[in-house]
Write a protein of this length. Structure first.
Length: 394
């Protein structure tokens, strides 16, 4: 078994797979190591992704797509439903994927490009020498072995420990770790081409309930709550059960998942000596929506592009890798994360009256240029009492 690579990628989600594929395509030797026995399973995702964002990387294969979405509905605490047609729903329209298939195909692409893949193989400790990462100790079925690499990519997701072991502070405050529960349900009456978001403090304090269709009468029905809102009797699963018994009493649950989404700001720095951090491990999931598929693909590919140049130049120090950190922060992604973090900070403090007022006023707006910033400006104009709270979201 090979014990030395140009690049070691820890984690086989979209971020790790895309990084591995990019490095391998540029001719570098790559090992992608995934702790789970199967790529993409169990799914811990509602599987929604914006069309335009996805198309930045590829036109999705039919087998990846469970449903195409052309409308988003937001339901206020008083039951009022606001319908956002395609031209207004922005990034909320798109695809609901089959992540079991999508994630597996991404790793397949990395393998096709030449990367080696090891599943059921956990990175347990980084190899640190002179303040730099030199690979990792891997555990495969209880047997440990050392893999040395010139550059290591931490793509180990929301539960990321690898970067922390390398000395990077990756702590997420409890209130900014959204805890989630989700059912895959069938036999439910839904619009197969509309995503739905329910907000309100009795429904999902500090978060929302989502319904993401996966075909006729089938959908991911899930909930996320701020980590500090979950209490005995009021855990995400309790809220979800109450929602489901009210709205889908005859639905059948065929899968249950639980998971976390960080809704904090990104890590202050996403590189270190011989280390790049991508996707959820870098805390680049969207603080407002919890979406992180696009960010994982974007940062994974960017790490591959910039990391390759650094290897070629023979310098993978923190300083040489900084263009990765600077580029994603200056990109559409970095700017959206910054703005949506501010909006999220306000959103989690809104009471039901505020939420009702916002949803009602937005439904009356005729927004020719629909985007989040424009929306916020219009909300402030229509709800002067909210101006102080929302003003902070700039
Ligand atoms: P992951 O997909 O988490 O992949 C990390 C991989 O690393 C995992 O496979 C893990 O097993 C592996 N790993 C961890 N530690 C080690 C180790 N030590 N050694 C080896 N392997 C390791 N995003 C969206 O865009 N749209 C949505 O609708 C959406 N819904 C969500 C709903 C829920 C309930 C949750 C929890 C998340 C949701 N997300 C959504 C977020 C999305 O799933 C993530 O942002 C995305 O998967 C991040 O990709 P990643 O590659 O960074 O990490």
């Amino acid at each position: 078994m090979k014990r030395e690579y140009d690049v070691l990628v820890v984690g086989g989600g979209p971020g790790g797979a895309f990084a591995a594929k990019t490095f391998a395509e540029k001719g570098y030797s790559v090992l992608l190591t995934e702790k789970r026995p199967a790529i993409g399973a169990p799914v811990r995702c509602a599987e929604g992704v914006g069309k335009a964002l996805m198309h930045e990387f590829f036109k999705p294969e039919d087998r990846w797509v469970a449903a195409e979405i052309d409308k988003a509905n937001i339901i206020a605490p008083d039951g009022f439903k606001m319908e956002l047609e395609p031209e207004k729903a922005g990034a909320e329209v798109g695809y609901v994927l089959h992540r079991k298939v999508f994630d597996r195909d991404l790793v397949w692409m990395a393998a096709g490009a030449g990367a080696d893949i090891q599943v059921k193989t956990r990175a347990v400790t980084p190899i640190m020498e002179d303040g730099a990462v030199k690979g990792a100790i891997l555990n495969q079925g209880g047997v440990t072995h050392e893999v040395r690499a010139g550059l290591t990519i931490a793509a180990d997701g929301v539960e990321s420990k690898f970067a922390r072991w390398c000395g990077v502070d990756t702590t997420v405050p409890l209130r900014e770790m959204e805890t989630c529960a989700q059912y895959l349900m069938t036999g439910i009456d839904i619009d197969a081409h509309a995503t739905e978001f329910y907000v309100g403090n009795n429904i999902a304090p500090g978060g929302y309930v989502w319904i993401f269709p996966k075909g006729d009468k089938t959908a991911n029905v899930g909930i996320g709550l701020g980590g500090d809102r979950s209490k005995p009797g009021n855990r995400p699963i309790d809220y979800l059960n109450r929602f489901v018994s009210k709205n889908f009493p005859n639905g059948k649950t065929i899968e249950l998942i639980a998971g976390g989404v960080s809704i904090c700001q990104p890590l202050p720095c996403t590189v270190a000596n011989n280390l790049m951090i991508v996707g959820d491990a870098a805390r680049v999931s969207d603080p407002l929506t919890g979406g992180g598929i696009y960010a994982a693909l974007y940062t994974g590919k960017l790490a591959g592009d910039i990391g390759s140049k650094a290897i070629e130049n023979g310098d993978t120090s923190t300083q040489a890798l900084m263009p990765y950190d600077e580029t994603w922060r200056a990109s559409y992604l970095g700017k959206a994360l910054e703005r949506n973090y501010q909006i999220k900070e306000v959103f989690v403090k809104l009471n039901d009256d505020d939420l009702n007022a916002i949803v009602h006023s937005v439904s009356k707006m005729n927004l020719s240029d629909f985007n989040t910033l424009n929306l916020i400006k219009n909300i402030i104009a229509a709800n002067p009492k909210l101006a102080i709270k929302l003003g902070k979201a700039g």
